[in-house]
Design a protein around this ligand. Structure first.
Ligand SMILES: [Zn+2]
Length: 51
């Protein structure tokens, strides 16, 4: 799972498997999971009415 910082857009993948609370680059707490292409496709197939 990759994460992206909403502050500086730094993308990273923690090796420890833990969910990062802060960005390792700017130390911001605006870290969120980065949606992968397969996640987006999966979401579309699960919610066909949202298209
Ligand atoms: Zn950052």
């Amino acid at each position: 799972m990759k994460y992206i910082c909403g502050n500086c857009k730094y993308r990273f993948e923690p090796k420890t498997g833990k969910v990062p609370k802060t960005c390792p680059f700017c130390n911001s707490t605006a870290v969120s999971k980065e949606a992968t292409t397969s996640d987006i496709l999966d979401d579309l197939s699960r919610n066909p009415m949202s298209r």
